[in-house]
Ligand binder design. Sequence first.
Ligand SMILES: C[S@@+](CC[C@H](N)C(=O)[O-])C[C@H]1O[C@@H](n2cnc3c(N)ncnc32)[C@H](O)[C@@H]1O
Length: 375
Amino acid sequence: MTGRTQDALYAGIDLELSWSEDALPQTERTRHVHGLHPYLGKFIPQLVETFLHRHFRPGDCVYDPFVGSGTTLVEANAFGAHAIGCDISSFNCLLSQVKTTHYSLGALELALKGSLEEARRRDPLEDGTAGEWLEAWYAPQALGELLSYRAAIDRLDDPARDVGRVIVSRAARSARRTTHFDLDAPRTPVTEPYWCHKHRRTCRPVEEARKFLVRYTLDTVRRLRTFAQVRSGAEVAVLHADARAVELPLQPTGIVTSPPYPGLIDYHEQHRYAYALLGLVDRRVEEIGPAARGQSKGALRAYVEAMVGAFRNAHRQLPRGAPVIIVVSDSKSLYPEILERSAIGLEETRTRHVNRRTGRRAGEFFEEVLVCSTR
Ligand SMILES: C[S@@+](CC[C@H](N)C(=O)[O-])C[C@H]1O[C@@H](n2cnc3c(N)ncnc32)[C@H](O)[C@@H]1O
């Protein structure tokens, strides 16, 4: 893109969707519950907000068949629309549920602080049954603290227990034996001091987890309180299911979604620590387009078939003419066929300029929003 004029660069780009870092800083993109737990591959809330205003009205019901960390549900609720989210990853469902549950906040805070205190009073649990994966990825002290906290929150009732499960997952993510710059997808445990690209000095792998449990308990309560000020009483349903087969509890008005794209991300694997620690159900074999399957011809074919299955299943549960908003960078041009075979008509493609500044990835990046409707 270098050498091209600003005009050429921005021709055909929806400027309303192309926020600069100054206009939309990280703190706004991770405002209130959006920042409850890191998640690779989420879309920014302001994008959802803009499309809700363009194509939906308060009182409508918005469906996201690939709900991920729950961005659509949170924004739909703040907008005053009912929302249904479906995801094959049980951790993503847990996170979406925790973000959108209506809490009695005083009682929640008390329960969570009580669990922290109970975990602190116990000796770090080392029962030798944590399993190979946890033992390889955590220093003994860190693992003991995580297990003690998990035992403490297991005694809470829902919804506090689920909030505790998200807190311990976030602490487990931070306490892994990895480098500070590779938290998204570390490959092997790092047990020795290393040169840190992020902090430009020698850093050591983490040895303990308690400081994260304390920090994230306070942060979680603060974020839930902030969201409580803007949320509406609209209904939210989270379904742990395969989008190709799910039966929705009520008819949605339309869809806002960002589907997985083939060969980019393993959605179960990125939260492996949560599955290992909480014993969550693993349905990775039903994940569409996982990175592990690559981008071979066969993998792309399988992806197209799976997506047609998911959009057809959604289509039969939507009214005619329903808005279907799909955020995707379709570098392999797979969507014309997917949409055609799902009886979804493309009305326009909006292109947005993404300011990519996370981790060590930077530079120009463009994302498309397919604005469609059911035939
Ligand atoms: C790009 S992410 C969605 C991110 C979301 N928009 C957000 O902001 O967090 C795609 C999601 O599709 C889910 N997924 C993959 N295969 C699925 C399937 N068969 N049924 C339902 N969800 C699936 C993944 O688990 C992942 O959470």
